[in-house]
Ligand binder design. Structure first.
Ligand SMILES: [Ca+2]
Ligand SMILES: [Ca+2]
Ligand SMILES: [Ca+2]
Ligand SMILES: [Ca+2]
Length: 487
């Protein structure tokens, strides 16, 4: 259900807003009008607009909020602590001991470890690709179980560990829209994927013959390093997009066997604006839904700030300036501890992704109004260089999970003492407090890449509330480490 929940989260606020502004006119007609004018007719959830009234937020007691946890690769495998929804992460529950083997200290192995819901029960599991293929261990209330091989074809012998332009593109994403995460990666011949059946991945097959070596996608990280799986047409199925020298290309999942034609969705982001030469430009390219219509848009940082282009479902519109902050003048180009922290969480729970990033003096954010990030300002002063947050093992753990389940994405990161979080009020972050004791601290060895580099804030229970079931995207490898990787 995850993909559909993602869809609802993005799309319903736009509908609600339209309903409010259309107050007084006949609602069914407005809904019908919006359905056609906003291109929602392809939505698999036919009654989407009417579902808004049956979902409630966490504050009224009629539903169960989703639970966010903090999870990571550890010396004994992998594990998670669940948020208590107020001020702390609880006991650390481990398991998945296969990831404790020496093999997983290798960057090309641990860097593929990801937390995703491959079984489709609403709780994220843990998977990673080792020499003998893809192993997954299912999450439960008592921790991760024993890992088993889910993808026996994805072996070193079959060259899946041969180059970073292959293994670093591996992702666990739901390309079929059934709520179970599948697996895709760039292969020599294009994008290869295998679909989850809930207890294993099926046969590996080529879902796109684009993104291949023949089409030069292996030559430069400014191409393969931008490959992501956003849902650009808003049908609940992950599609594939990436940047080449002509712009941004996307191919739409057909839900069962392939991505369609890989079309040029934007002629921006090509080489004309020196995207190739600057990792602090191309590595910031992401696909948040900045106007809340359910379709993933595209944003990235250029010399003079953040640019975005909205998805129409068939392509991206014109690239325009969304924020004059995050500029070269403001020294955002200097290090991954600044540009690598730029993310697009929904800070005020209106369904439109906002923007945040860590400057030398703390975290700055701007709220989306659907056309721009209005009034980017200082939301925090504690995650500063002066407080040692310029170290990658602190800065590049910064993410925006909703740890208190109020629908507003909060700010968390690993300090020297452990994980600290700052709750979002919708217009600023409160002072950080420590959410873990000892665990995740420098003293306990968390400055090592293979541990801090896997920190993520997965969903441990799905809950029944709207809109708090969404999960903010995890940091990509390239955001955490820049390029070339030093793993
Ligand atoms: Ca899609
Ligand atoms: Ca959108
Ligand atoms: Ca927002
Ligand atoms: Ca929150």
């Amino acid at each position: 259900m995850r993909a559909i929940e993602f869809h609802q989260t993005r799309i319903i606020p736009a509908l609600l807003l339209s309903l409010v502004t259309a107050c007084g006119s006949a609602v069914p007609d407005d809904l019908a009008d919006m359905t056609s004018s906003e291109g929602l007719s392809t939505d698999p959830n036919g009654a989407l607009g009417f579902e808004t009234t049956s979902h409630e937020t966490s504050n009224n007691g009629f539903c169960t909020p989703a639970t966010v946890g903090i999870c990571a690769h550890t010396t004994t495998g992998a594990g998670c602590s669940a948020s208590d929804g107020v001020s702390a992460f609880g006991p650390f529950l481990g398991g998945a001991s296969v990831f404790a083997q020496p093999e997983w200290s290798n960057g090309s192995k641990w860097a593929t470890i990801e937390f995703a819901d491959v079984s489709g029960d609403g709780r994220d599991d843990v998977c990673g690709r080792g020499a003998s293929g893809i192993s997954c261990a299912l999450g439960s209330a008592t921790g991760f179980g024993t890992a088993t091989i889910w993808g026996s074809q994805w072996t070193d012998a079959n060259l899946w560990g041969s180059a970073d332009n292959i293994w670093a593109t591996l992702r666990f994403v739901d390309i079929t829209g059934d709520g179970k995460a599948d697996v895709c990666a760039r292969a020599l011949g294009g994008i290869a994927c295998a679909v989850s059946n809930g207890s294993g991945f099926g046969a590996l097959s080529l879902w796109s013959t684009d993104y291949s070596n023949a089409r030069q996608w292996h030559t430069d990280p400014s191409r393969w390093g931008t490959i992501q799986y956003p849902d650009v047409d808003g049908d609940g199925r992950a599609d594939v997009c990436g940047r080449d020298t002509t712009g941004i290309r996307c191919a739409i999942s057909n839900g069962s066997t392939q991505f369609g034609w890989n079309l040029l969705w934007s002629t921006e982001f090509g080489n004309n604006s020196s995207w190739t030469d600057h990792v602090d430009f191309w590595a910031t390219i992401q696909f948040p839904d900045v106007n809340g219509d359910g379709r993933a848009d595209v944003c990235g940082r250029l010399t003079d700030g953040i640019k975005c282009a909205l998805s129409t479902g068939l392509g991206f519109g014109a690239l325009s300036s969304w924020s004059g902050d995050f500029t070269d003048t403001g020294e955002w180009y200097t290090t991954p501890s600044r540009w690598g922290t730029i993310q697009f969480p929904d800070l005020n729970g209106d369904g439109m992704a906002d923007v945040c990033g860590r400057s030398s003096s703390g975290v700055r954010c701007g709220l989306s109004d659907g056309t721009k990030f209005a009034g980017t300002s200082q939301w925090d002063t504690m995650y500063s260089d002066a407080n040692q947050w310029h170290h990658d093992y602190h800065a590049n753990t910064i993410q925006f999970p909703d740890v208190n389940a109020d629908g507003k994405a909060d700010l968390c990161g690993r300090s020297s003492l452990g994980i600290q979080c700052s709750l979002s009020s919708g217009w600023s972050f409160n002072a950080p407090t420590l959410w873990t004791v000892n665990l995740f601290s420098n003293a306990w060895g968390w400055t090592a890449n293979q541990y801090w580099g896997t920190i993520d804030f997965p969903r441990l229970t799905a809950g029944t509330c709207w809109p708090i079931n969404d999960r903010t995207p995890r940091l990509r490898l390239i955001q955490r480490f820049g390029y070339p990787f030093n793993l």
